[in-house]
Design a protein around this ligand. Structure first.
Ligand code: UD1
Length: 420
């Protein structure tokens, strides 16, 4: 299993090219199931979750051609003849449940394993299932699988009890092939939803309202070819900006829309960073200053993203005084707290809040990555810790960060991947 060795104390400076977004890319890969033509997706990052999705689509019978050099992925799904997403594939990646809506809408049947728990919480999918029922699907649960069947789905009005990103994606994809109009209310407003709407529209889907709380979709008999370029990964970009501020450096992230990171940019400015933005870049200059204390609460978009909470907590370990970090999306997303504490951070969990007493000196230690964003927070801690931090179980990191150690080396970090 690979590990990362990070020796702290380097000031990060320079430009970093941001990869295509994992979370924006995954739903577009699954949307290919809806398309009667060849889906062509550009700027596809080479990440474990994308590989898992490709394996799942191939297991269904889709033909996939992935040119990793040019980052171009083509999917032909007319040949799908298996409608089961097996547990072995789904347990590796929760986003596999995004196969459900498209399979059901196009082929009238789907058998998809329930994802089960994961490190950051129970993460059920009942909103996906209730929404599909509202569209006319018959849903049964058997031996850990969702069995979904339907004639052609029927447009409906459905109000989500919570703006789940995955449920919004599943339902908007399914509604594209339903008869008549579907109105989805209280939907997620994340940039990934806007990107998925763009991709579906390229194939002839009629969608209005993406980025707001209501989506209106006129169902079509079929969708043609999807042509889509995946946007830059806002969470990857935010992570490198925090790395710049933590190390007292200056970092410019290229290939990402600042509009996708508004709440993070506001918080970074409050923390004392000087920020400039262009249409597809963001630059941060710490001016060599220590960050200031800025409390955050995670919330659905446009609030502060839960996927940046662990990284923000690490940043706040350096700020003088007390800071409160509140996690309102996932019930168990503080797995990084005990690991950061082993590095000398002063953190106390009170329910859904963590009190950070900043201004401490972090010290290197062997630490264990527990989930994707927690892993990133440990690498960030390693960048400023005294000594060499060893981050184990980096396969979590590899699910969502493309060549993190290479990008950090280019910025001047002392970091190596060791195959052990
Ligand atoms: C997506 C992102 C993930 C991000 C999350 C929240 C992808 C591949 N993953 O995950 O990185 O952290 O959005 O921004 O895009 N919930 C239910 N019932 C449901 C669905 C969700 O209770 O049917 C709960 C979840 O347990 C969780 C919360 O709603 O507590 C948010 O989940 P959701 O927005 O669905 O996240 P994902 O789509 O899984």
């Amino acid at each position: 299993m690979d590990e990362l060795r990070v020796t702290g104390g380097k000031v990060l400076k320079g430009d970093v090219l941001i990869s295509g977004s994992k979370n924006a890319g995954l739903p577009v890969l699954f949307a290919s199931v809806l398309s009667s033509g060849t889906t062509d997706i550009q700027n596809v990052p080479v990440l474990q979750d994308i590989k898992s999705s490709v394996a799942l689509l191939e297991s269904l019978g889709a033909e996939v051609f992935w040119d990793r050099e040019s980052r171009d992925l083509k999917i032909q799904s007319d040949s799908i003849s298996n409608f089961e997403a097996h547990y072995d594939l789904v347990r590796k990646m929760r986003a596999s449940s995004l196969a459900l809506g498209p399979l059901l809408a196009r082929f009238g049947k789907a058998k998809v394993s329930l994802p089960g728990g994961c490190a950051i919480g129970a993460r059920p999918i009942e909103i996906h299932l209730e929404g599909l029922k509202a569209l006319g699907a018959q849903i049964d649960l058997e031996q850990g699988y969702v069995l979904a069947r339907s004639q052609r789905l029927r447009g409906c009005r459905y109000e989500l009890p919570f703006p789940s990103v995955g449920a919004t994606e599943n339902l908007m994809m399914a509604a594209c092939l339903a008869s008549g109009e579907t109105e989805l209310c209280l939907v997620a407003q994340e940039p990934e939803i806007v990107e998925l709407a763009k991709a579906l529209r390229s194939a002839g889907a009629e969608i209005e309202g993406e980025g707001s709380s209501t989506l209106r979709i006129q169902g079509k008999e079929s969708l043609s070819e999807i042509h889509h370029t995946i946007c830059g990964d806002r969470i990857e970009a935010g992570t490198y900006l925090i790395a710049g501020l933590m190390t007292g450096g200056a970092v410019k992230v290229l290939g990402v829309s600042p509009d996708h990171l508004t709440s993070v940019i506001v918080a970074l400015k409050e923390a004392g960073a000087e920020i400039e933005v262009g249409s597809d870049w963001i630059s941060l200059d710490s001016k060599g200053r220590r960050p200031l204390s800025v409390p955050i609460k995670t919330a659905p978009h446009p609030g502060f993203p839960t996927d940046m909470q662990a990284q923000w907590m690490t940043l706040m370990c350096l700020a003088e005084g007390k800071t409160e970090i509140e996690e309102l999306i996932f019930e168990n997303r503080f797995m990084h707290v005990p690991e950061l504490s082993r590095m000398g951070a002063h953190l106390a969990i009170h329910g859904q809040k963590v009190e950070v007493v900043g201004g401490c000196e972090l010290k290197a230690a062997p630490v264990m990555a527990t989930d994707l964003r927690a892993s990133a927070s440990l690498v960030l801690a390693g960048l400023v810790a005294h000594g060499t931090t060893i981050v184990r179980r980096v396969y979590h990191l590899d699910r969502g960060y493309e060549q993190m150690e290479v990008k950090l080396q280019k910025l001047g970090a002392d970091i190596q991947r060791v195959h052990s």
